[in-house]
Write a protein that binds this ligand. Structure first.
Ligand code: GLU
Length: 387
């Protein structure tokens, strides 16, 4: 493929990952305020054009380290020192983002995540619902790992992979990783005179992995290897990825104007990836029978509402996979439950307006949201995975 001239053209939902070494000056441990302001001006401009923006920001440990005066030695912090630093620094970090985006009238929301958010389906659906509500309300979610409670074994560890998971969860079209290098090279640029820049990576081959090597600065955890892992996660979920240098002012604008970067095209559309994921669930926990009106609604891309449900069997929780059967008893769709089986039994046959009275104000009104629903081809009532 040919790399697009402006890789952000047509992007409707963008996740941006900002590394610690960009936000925090290595020598002083101070936040680079003017740079952040220039970045936030770029973000505000994208939002003006109708693009949703999600930020994954590192920097908590680096900022907290300076605030707590743990900067004297260059040696790495112990785990508990790093966690204490993150606890202090995260406040400063969110405040900096809030203030810099507020100058453009943009509201920020903070999300601190642990890996179970993306690994457990119910947590995943909850987090995704919150994220899309924040975006629908026009806010910019600022995400970081919940470093203070994460333990060595239960953590993402680096924000490269975390940002790829978040981009996948949000169905972003693009993940923009800002780093201190402008992309992938055939060898580490500092150490080899004939290191050549790679503008486009269509396949993450063993050669590409070998080129990524190690190399992280003392402030950030990720090196090129975690960026390649991120590319694998993102592109497999329908999100294209870019590695670009972020240190100069207005780094997003620079990318749109052709600044050097490495581009990883998405391997499949986000919708296709989600569909594969839902179809990949081998066991269905519940069977939902629906009437002809609901079947028509599903075929036209709508959510499954309780009013069209005629019978429910099986035991399921939110996030479990349901088989959805039409009036002819043929399975016509699969989807992830927005309610538990008990809630669905109560809601069955009721109008959306009545659901809050039956199940409480914070309940969902749909049984399966259209985003979590896959229609089965009529000749493939028993879905099989091709990959
Ligand atoms: N979560 C860490 C922080 O905010 C950064 C992790 C990383 O550098 O990728 O300091």
């Amino acid at each position: 493929m040919v790399r697009p001239a402006n890789p952000l053209a047509g992007v409707k939902r963008l996740t941006i990952k900002i590394g610690s070494s960009l936000l925090v000056d290595a020598a002083s441990g101070q936040l680079r305020h003017d740079w952040l302001k220039s970045l936030c001006a770029d973000i505000a401009a994208l939002k003006q054009e109708g693009c949703d923006v999600i930020v994954v920001s590192s920097g908590a440990v680096a900022l907290g380290r300076a605030i707590l005066n743990l900067t004297s030695a260059k040696k790495p912090l112990t785990l508990d020192q790093a966690q204490a630093a993150a606890s202090v620094g995260q406040i400063a970090l969110s405040q900096a983002w809030r203030d810099a985006l507020a100058e453009h009238g943009v509201i920020t929301g903070q999300i601190l995540v642990t890996p179970n958010i993306t690994e457990e389906r119910r947590q995943f659906l909850n987090a995704r619902a919150t994220l899309s509500t924040l975006l629908a309300l026009g806010a910019v979610p600022i995400i970081n790992e919940n470093d203070t409670v994460a333990t060595a074994e239960i953590r993402y560890g680096d924000n490269d992979r975390l940002s790829a998971r978040m981009a996948a969860m949000a169905n972003a079209d693009m993940l923009l990783l800002f780093s201190d290098v402008d992309g992938l090279y055939t060898a580490p640029p500092g150490s080899s005179a004939d290191a050549t820049h790679i503008p486009l990576v269509e396949t993450i081959s063993p050669e590409i992995e070998a080129m990524a090597g190690g190399a992280a600065s003392h402030l950030s955890r990720g090196g090129m290897a975690t960026k390649i892992d991120a590319a694998r996660i993102a592109t497999g979920s329908g999100t294209a990825m870019i590695i670009a240098k972020g240190a100069a002012f207005h780094p997003i604008r620079a990318v749109t104007k052709g600044a050097r970067h490495t581009y990883f095209p998405a391997r499949q559309s986000g919708a296709a990836a989600r569909k594969r994921w839902i179809l990949g669930t081998l066991d269905i926990s519940g069977q939902i029978h629906i009437d002809a009106g609901a079947a028509r609604a599903l075929k036209s891309g709508k959510s499954l509402l309780p009013i069209g449900v005629t019978a429910i069997s099986g035991h399921f929780n939110r996030g479990d996979t349901l088989g959805i059967f039409g009036p002819d008893n043929v399975e016509l769709a699969r989807g992830l439950a927005s309610m538990s089986g008990e809630e669905a039994q109560l809601a069955k046959g009721h109008k959306s307006g009545e659901i809050a009275d039956l199940l409480g104000p914070s309940s969902r009104t749909e049984l399966v949201h259209a985003d979590n629903l896959v229609l089965l081809a009529s000749d493939a009532a028993k879905p099989v995975m091709s990959e």
